[in-house]
Design a protein around this ligand. Structure first.
Ligand code: KDG
Ligand code: MG
Length: 403
């Protein structure tokens, strides 16, 4: 019988930290999984190498569902981002192996393609709305049909989506978190002007998106959703902190602006009440943080019963392995909505050599067996881990706010 013979945890930093799991079988087949948890990378690396890898040796690599249940139910301590990113990496690596053994891309194992490509959205940001719209023109010129607009707010410095923390390609390295400033009233007064300009300059056909990054109170979120209605957003993301589903009732009742939530969720139980009450339109959970291909597949099937679609998280800090896994799943499920595509640096692409393609606004995972991603050990070893934190956010009076 074929068994798992090794499970290696590879931590590398081609511009930013990534945690990759490589599982090898007694037949010499390898599979990759992504376990990157931005700012807490070594916690997942330890969970995997100290607690999970020893359990995998000798298991049948083809028993994906049984291995998932063993790792979820077995340790008694369920859920949480560290546990679920670890399980996700194992699950993804086993799907990669199954695809390679079958000689089929993973999306074929998931039922085959439901579409010819996955609609993607890119990021446009600038210090001012004018700069953001110029950046959006450049994004659209690359073929995107959907773009997220984030702009600096007068009176605030670097904020989410426009600061040094999130510029793709920037070297991000802090031994303590960078501190950003926040003021919801300045932001709320300002954001409609960004979308007024964006809609006027970019036209009616382009899909416009915006990420609030968990910063508003329920009543503030409701007001923003109403104020943005004239600009017909594709979605408004993470309007309030994600822990409390009940607050979304107020936003939902006030407005028809579509809502997306869930990039920080790691279990179906986080999103279940929002789906059952039809409070959201898009599920942001991605394979890397949602427990793997097996788990997110079930979550999206559940979401389909409540008219919700996928809108999987695709920032620079999900590695090309996790991104490819989301693409295979997105191509296969019927209720795919849109895929975030922040893009990767050349160093990251050299390390992982992903086979996915982007053409005319749509992503495709490619036809290589498995996930279609590889890992170059020499490049990985040349880019060792360095400590890095996400920023934190303080209000103007110095108190800590949500980031
Ligand atoms: O690690 C955190 C980032 O992935 C997150 O801040 C990006 O909100 C994000 C998004 O929508 O891409
Ligand atoms: Mg987000």
């Amino acid at each position: 019988m074929t068994v798992i013979t090794s499970a290696e945890v590879l931590v590398s930093r081609p511009g930013r930290n990534f945690v990759t799991l490589r599982i090898t079988t007694s037949d010499g087949v390898t599979g990759l999984g992504d376990a990157t948890l931005n700012g807490r990378e070594l916690a997942v690396a330890s969970y995997l190498s100290d607690h999970v890898a020893p359990l995998l040796i000798g298991l049948d690599p083809h028993r994906i569902e049984d291995t998932w249940q063993y790792l979820y139910r077995g340790p008694y301590w369920r859920r949480g981002p560290v546990t679920m990113a670890s399980i996700a990496a194992v699950d993804t690596a086993l799907w990669d192996i199954k695809g390679k053994v079958a000689g089929l891309p993973v999306y074929q194992l998931l039922g085959g393609a439901s579409r010819t490509g996955c609609l993607a959205y890119g990021h446009a940001h600038g210090a001012t709305p004018q700069e953001t719209v110029e950046a959006a023109h450049a994004v659209l010129a690359r073929g995107f049909r959907a773009v997220r607009l984030q702009s600096g707010v007068p009176g605030l410095g670097d904020i989410y989506g426009v600061g040094a923390s999130t510029l793709p390609g920037d070297e991000v390295r802090w031994s303590r978190p960078l501190e950003e400033q926040w003021d919801s009233s300045k932001y709320l007064r300002f954001v409609p002007s960004l979308f007024e300009l964006g809609r006027a300059e970019l036209g009616e056909d382009v899909h416009l998106l915006h990420d609030v990054h968990h910063r508003l109170s329920p009543i503030e979120a409701a007001r923003l959703a109403v104020d943005l209605e004239p600009y017909r957003l594709f979605w408004l993301e993470d309007v309030t902190p994600a822990e409390d589903p009940a607050v979304l009732r107020r936003v939902r009742a006030a407005s028809t602006t579509p809502l997306a939530i869930g990039e920080v969720f790691n279990s179906v139980f986080d999103i279940k009440p929002m789906l059952e009450e039809r409070l959201i339109d898009y599920v942001r959970m991605a394979v890397t943080h949602g427990g793997g291909i097996s788990a997110v597949r079930k979550i999206l099937d559940f979401a389909s019963m409540f008219n919700a679609r996928s809108g999987m998280h695709g920032p620079e800090d999900i590695s090309p392995v996790g991104f490819a896994a989301s693409l295979h799943l997105g191509l296969a499920v019927h209720n795919f909505g849109i895929q975030e595509f922040a893009g990767y640096t050349d160093e990251t692409l050299a390390l992982f050599q992903p086979g996915f393609t982007f053409d005319d606004g749509y992503l495709h995972p490619g036809e290589a067996p498995g996930l279609g991603v590889s890992y170059d050990d020499t490049i990985g070893e040349a880019h060792p881990y360095e400590a890095n934190y996400l920023p934190v956010n303080r209000l103007l009076d110095g108190s800590v706010h949500d980031w």
